[in-house]
Design a protein around this ligand. Structure first.
Ligand SMILES: C[S@@+](CC[C@H](N)C(=O)[O-])C[C@H]1O[C@@H](n2cnc3c(N)ncnc32)[C@H](O)[C@@H]1O
Length: 633
């Protein structure tokens, strides 16, 4: 009954057009002291008919932004007293098969407070899949979730199962186990002994934006082409060393591989200017390309080295077995407790002692490559044994009883990861082209990193989607590991990484010379709502433009530069980063040859495009990212 009540309150997020109509009504009222007529609204927005004006008014009334003053001429007034709240959209949630749990504050939605009640903390997720259709939850909708760790039988919850898989289902407790029930008669329930509840659905926001945007497309400078063959839905992404250590917003290896195969040949020298954990570099080695990787996050560099350095599985296994023996023998008085800020907040004392013993045992391995390789499993152990919630890229501490009970088996976690990693290395060692090389540079891609001019045959990369603070916090994700594995001389420096990455520091003002009309238009819209946010955004694009210039310098003439990028939403403004990159790059001396849009099936980045001008677009509500293919003139 309770659940039924929740789902009967379907509300709507304001679309771009609705916001414009609302702004028009507000400013009209200020000027005239009464509201515009339906005819005036029709004229202002070049609408097809007065009934369309009426449609907008009704939507704004339903959403609580306009008062209902029926039967009066010009009878609408804006709602001033209602308090609104901005809720972060933390990612995508599968209403079908579970997907990797993520929490990336990509965008926010604004709703009135009385729509969700005054109690509790809330977040929102974008729904993927169709398993909850009988509850009125459709692919592309947004669900607002009230954070809570318990739920009543039959409530629709965000449930995390099997370590880190999140799904949206109705939860039932029965016969000592949990049933996660889809609301779609064609699908089977999932049964588990353990389910972590991350909150309960309190509101569904129907995705009407794309429907309303239809027919309003304008002539764009570039064409996006949807190509489903780039989706790689359901394919294995953890083969070779790709499964070693998680990292935020990783490449799908198949995408990296296809770009390499299409735009380069064996023996070529590749560069990934934002190499992260090194997915494109691993693929380069497997395909017999030499490769440079650049990244400004020290943990990324560490991981990329470990994933691309072939090590004989026999040697590795031998050292690993000896290591297991050594761990047991290390005494409490032989270890050095690391010192960094808040260590006791993030780790229990007995965990610190056990981690320190494990670290000492690994550090005693003489072969540096093997030591580093096993240190990656140690880094994973740090993450999973900390007081930090597992399924999140941000640092969020476990609370209450859960924290009290938290008693990780350090050696067990280490063994699980080390053995999985050794298996991945065995595959990689067998298939890697031994005569190819990889050079990994810790550096800022917006600057010269010493790579010779016109020496690179192909650049393949996926840049950050925006600044680290408001999109993916690469530095925050890496912090605890980086502090434990001695990446920094002073471990407290690990907190500063995000400020150094693209867009890490807002510009002082909004004056700039970037030659992009798309950027200009987006900045104007964001500035109207939040100037500080616009300065954050500008700083990101200034940095990105410098990276494009450096890329131009190192690339040979007529060669390709491929960027995989999502178009993020800031303050309800969809920023067409793919088009902005194309515009900026063309001014530098590239030609934009293609913008391919791929769906991200059940993947980690929550991107919903507003895909005007898409060739072959069948569906507008799925998460997408663009592959921008540039060619140096
Ligand atoms: C989308 S991730 C790349 C993920 C990578 N493709 C993978 O599979 O792991 C973007 C990367 O850009 C890096 N980055 C951000 N700003 C940078 C800059 N100015 N110079 C170099 N790297 C930067 C971040 O540290 C992050 O690792």
């Amino acid at each position: 009954m309770h659940t039924f009540y929740l789902f009967s309150i379907i509300a709507y997020m304001l679309t771009k057009k609705q916001v414009q109509v609302l702004d028009f009504i507000k400013s009209y009222r200020i000027r005239h002291d009464y509201a515009p007529s339906l005819e005036e609204i029709k004229k202002k927005f070049k609408l097809a008919s007065v009934s369309t004006s009426h449609y907008y008014i009704r939507k704004l009334q339903d959403a609580g932004f306009l008062n209902k003053e029926h039967n009066q001429p010009r009878g609408v007034s804006t709602v001033g007293a209602k308090q609104t709240i901005e809720i972060p959209i933390l990612g995508a949630i599968a209403a079908g098969q579970p997907i990797e749990a993520i929490e990336i504050p990509d965008e926010t939605i604004t709703i009135t407070k009385d729509e969700i009640g005054q109690q509790g903390k809330h977040y929102a997720l974008r729904v993927q899949g169709s398993s909850m259709i009988d509850e009125g939850i459709f692919d592309g909708d947004i669900v607002v979730i009230r954070k809570q760790e318990v739920a009543e039988n039959g409530q629709t919850v965000v449930a995390v199962i099997d370590d880190n898989e999140a799904t949206l289902k109705k939860l039932y407790r029965e016969k000592g186990r949990f049933r996660l029930q889809p609301a779609n008669p064609t699908l089977f329930p999932i049964y588990r002994d353990e389910v972590e509840v991350r909150g309960v659905v309190v509101k569904i926001i129907r995705n009407l934006e794309s429907q309303l945007d239809q027919g309003q497309s304008r002539k764009e400078k570039y064409i996006r082409k949807i190509d489903y063959s780039w989706d790689y839905r359901g394919e294995k992404t953890k083969s070779y060393t790709h499964g070693i250590h998680t990292y935020p917003a990783m490449f799908i290896p198949q995408v990296g591989r296809r770009l390499l195969e299409t735009y380069s040949k064996e023996g070529d020298t590749i560069c990934d200017i934002f190499c992260g954990s090194g997915t494109a570099l691993v693929e380069s080695r497997l395909l017999g390309r030499n490769a440079y990787g650049i990244d400004l996050n020290p943990l990324a560099i560490f991981l990329a080295h470990a994933k691309t350095t072939p090590i004989s599985p026999q040697k590795l296994t031998k050292e690993y077995i000896v290591l297991l023996d050594r761990i047991e023998k290390i005494k409490d008085n032989q270890i050095k407790r690391p010192e960094f800020n808040n260590i006791d907040f993030w780790f229990k004392n007995k965990v610190i002692v056990k981690l320190a013993k494990l670290k000492k045992a690994i550090k005693e391995i003489k072969d540096k490559s093997i030591q580093n390789f096993l240190m990656v499993a140690f880094s994973e152990t740090v993450r999973y044994s900390s007081n930090c919630k597992n399924g999140e890229f941000k640092l969020v501490r476990i609370k209450g009883e859960k924290l009290e009970k938290h008693d990780p088996d350090i050696v067990g976690i280490f063994r699980k990861h080390a053995e999985k990693n050794i298996k991945g290395m065995t595959e990689f060692y067998k298939d890697t082209k031994k005569d190819s090389w990889i050079k990994i540079i810790y550096g800022d891609s917006s600057k010269d990193n010493g790579i010779k001019e016109k020496s690179i045959d192909c650049i393949i990369t996926s840049p950050p989607y925006g600044d680290s603070r408001t999109t993916v916090a690469y530095g925050q994700f890496s912090r605890l590991s980086a502090q434990w594995i001695d990446i920094f001389d002073n471990p407290n420096e690990a907190s500063g990484v995000d400020n150094e990455l693209l867009g890490g520091r807002a510009t002082k003002n909004l004056i700039h010379l970037l030659p992009s009309d798309y950027l200009k238009e987006s900045l104007e819209k964001i500035t109207k709502q939040d100037e500080a946010r616009a300065r954050d955004v500008l700083s990101f694009y200034i940095g990105l433009n410098d990276c494009l210039k450096q890329a131009y310098k190192i690339l040979k003439s007529k060669k390709y530069f491929c960027l995989v990028i999502g178009n993020r939403l800031v303050k309800q403004v969809r920023i067409p980063t793919d088009f902005i990159i194309a515009e900026l790059a063309e001014k530098i001396g590239f030609t934009c040859e293609d913008i391919i849009v791929r769906n991200i099936p059940g993947k980690r980045m929550p991107i919903k495009n507003s895909p005007t001008n898409i060739v072959g677009a069948l569906e507008e509500t799925m998460n997408k990212e663009s592959i921008v293919v540039l060619r140096k003139n």
